[in-house]
Design a protein around this ligand. Structure first.
Ligand code: AMP
Length: 259
């Protein structure tokens, strides 16, 4: 497995693989089984698997959230190697946002609802970094998790609007045995906070926005940012709550495959 930190080096490394299928799995590291399911799918479906590992400052509205984001590069490299990743692209913030950087991509409507209300600028950061990664790696397939349903919708729109020549692959949400969707932020929950957080997947599992809201609002120690049925593709019941200083998002698919 190669680890590349520079755009030029990555391009050189991929030059010989241009005639093969290339799967790109964008991550912010702190890998868990949710990320691994994307890596395994990419490994199954593509000749070359590239994982990006970049904690993108532009998608954090809250600086303390960025500062507290978990980092363990060596562990991530180890897990990526075990998952059969060919190349990890782990650039610095300066490599991705060189001095003078000023070009931003905004998916206006989709990026300003739900999460966009609570995290202004978040999807502008996401869309910009994904387009930049796309331009650098030029993958044939992009892998994302259904866990971040609005992110998927934003990327789908970006692909359509800019006519990006890439297949979007979306993999189901991976959950712990107790139902909590895996997230790098779960590590911040104390035992009692985690207990309280479990109401989120339980509420969403009702499949009914009103019932879910009632359940969430009657739970102690939770702040509900939103719980809504959203007409994404596929439609989801999506929710976001704050437990102590940790913010959690989750969704369930309302039609078709239950993820
Ligand atoms: P992140 O490192 O949080 O930016 O996530 C990288 C990718 O992993 C995104 O496409 C996420 O949607 C996906 N992901 C995160 N958590 C899960 C999960 N529990 N199940 C499936 N995919 C996930």
């Amino acid at each position: 497995m190669n680890v590349e930190r520079g755009i030029g080096g990555l391009r050189e490394l991929l030059a010989a693989r241009r005639s093969t299928s290339i799967g790109l799995v964008p991550t912010m590291g702190a890998l868990h089984e949710g990320h691994l399911s994307l890596l395994h799918a990419a490994r199954d479906e593509c000749d070359t698997v590239v994982m990006s590992l970049f904690v993108n400052p532009a998608q954090f509205a809250d600086e303390s959230d960025l500062d507290r984001y978990p980092h363990d590069e060596e562990r991530d490299f180890e897990l990526a190697r075990d998952a059969g990743v060919d190349v990890v692209f782990a650039p610095s913030a300066d490599e991705m946002y060189p001095p003078g950087f000023q070009t931003w991509v905004e998916v206006t409507e989709l990026g300003s609802m739900l999460e966009g209300v609570h995290r202004p600028g978040h999807f502008r950061g996401v869309a910009t970094i994904v387009l930049k990664l796309f331009a650098i790696v030029r993958p044939t397939a992009l892998y994302f998790g259904q866990k971040d349903a609005q992110q998927v919708e934003v990327i789908r729109r970006l692909i359509r609007d800019f006519a990006l020549d890439v297949e979007l692959r979306v993999l189901p949400t991976v959950r712990d045995a107790d139902g909590l969707a895996l997230s790098s932020r779960n590590a911040r929950l104390s035992r009692s906070e985690r207990e309280r957080a479990l109401v989120l997947p339980r509420a969403l599992a009702t499949g009914d926005p009103e019932a879910a809201r009632t359940l969430l609002e009657s739970s102690n120690g939770l702040v509900v940012d939103y719980v809504e049925r959203v007409d994404f593709d596929p439609p989801v019941l999506a929710g976001a709550v704050r437990v102590g200083s940790t913010r959690l998002i989750d969704n369930i698919v309302l039609e078709g495959d239950s993820t």
